[in-house]
Ligand binder design. Structure first.
Ligand code: GDP
Ligand code: CA
Length: 313
């Protein structure tokens, strides 16, 4: 199975799927939030996924390592540098070793593989690409990176547009196309559609591979009761002219998915989703408050995809 994932929402479902599927899971992760911070290449979504799968992540907070301290971050402040981007001390060790490997000529895919393996992961976590892709959030206060918009400015500026700076030679990371070609099921995690899923889909050739694939394709809605559980996914979908709520999610994935998983709170939308988009709908509890809950949801997602597969024949 291939899971397309961003950070917090993606990593939670990834952990649930990993508990059921182990090495049969391949997670393709957004890297358009990667940035140079404190002189280091940080890959927030990759780290969030690796930490969640390996069990060292802070589930509640949705980023960083459980119980981490922030002395390094504090010292950066003492030295008079901006330190609004919080990286815990253990998290910093991961970032330092990633950068050591990158400086020695490893690709991001290779560095990710080493870190995953050393943290005991049996499944593959693949960056969408090894090339530079950056989401630029264009706001009424000017363009900014996602971290500036989200962490520094706390989503206060009004979003006018999002654009992407992509390296002209950008192509998917090694292993991505192979994973897509051999997948029997593709799941779009409940990640931010505009900032986490769109950059993956726009990586050269990826959407074509997904369209060509006969895999069963389903998505889990990141929008619950008209709102994102965390972050600006709702605001961004609306800024892009998508409808409010789960209908906007279905509109975003229109033509790409056969099934959408929505929360019980949105059950009144199930009928219009089916009739307007011609998709199957699974209504269940989708808020992953713990790894156990994520595993239960993951099991339902797998069963939902199997039902769709059986109904094809
Ligand atoms: P980011 O890279 O950290 O912004 O994370 P993602 O793009 O992976 O996920 C952000 C989205 O995850 C937000 O829109 C949240 O609504 C959604 N999300 C977070 N936790 C959950 C959850 O437990 N269930 C569902 N359905 N969505 C979630
Ligand atoms: Ca992210």
């Amino acid at each position: 199975m291939v899971l397309f994932s961003g950070g917090v929402g993606g990593s939670r479902l990834a952990a649930g799927l990993y508990d059921l599927l182990g090495e049969a899971l391949v997670v393709i992760v957004n890297t358009a939030d990667d940035e140079v911070i404190y002189g280091l290449h940080v890959s927030p979504d990759i780290d969030t996924v690796i930490y969640a799968l390996s069990g060292i992540g802070d589930w509640e907070r949705g980023w960083g390592i459980k119980g981490d301290t922030f002395r390094c971050n504090e010292m950066i402040g003492v030295l008079g540098f901006e330190n609004w981007f919080k990286i815990g001390d253990s998290d910093m060790a991961v970032n330092l070793m990633r950068n050591k490997m990158l400086a020695e000529g490893f690709s991001l895919t290779e560095a990710t593989e080493v870190i995953s393996r050393r943290l005991g992961l049996r499944c593959r976590v693949l960056p969408m690409t090894d090339y530079r892709v950056v989401s630029v959030v264009v706001t009424d206060e000017g363009p900014m990176t996602f971290q500036e918009y989200f962490v520094k400015r706390r989503t206060e500026p009004r979003v006018i547009d999002v654009r992407w700076e992509r390296s002209p030679s950008e192509h998917p990371a090694p292993g991505v196309v192979e994973a897509l070609r051999s997948a029997e099921t593709m799941v779009f995690a409940p990640s931010n559609p505009i900032l986490s899923i769109h950059p993956i889909l726009e990586t050269r050739g990826v959407i074509e591979e997904i369209r060509l694939s006969e895999a069963v394709k389903v998505a889990v809605s990141p929008i619950v009761g008209g709102k994102a559980i965390r972050g600006p996914a709702d605001k961004l979908l609306e800024a892009y002219g998508y409808e409010k709520g789960v209908l906007g999610v279905a509109e975003f994935f229109d033509g790409l998915i056969e099934g959408l998983v929505i929360d019980r709170i949105d059950s009144d939308q199930a009928h219009s989703l089916k009739s307007r988009f011609g998709i199957e709908v699974l209504v269940t509890d989708t808020i992953m408050t713990s790894r156990e809950v994520a595993k239960r949801l993951a099991g339902e997602v797998i069963e939902f995809a199997e039902q769709i597969r059986r109904a094809r024949n």
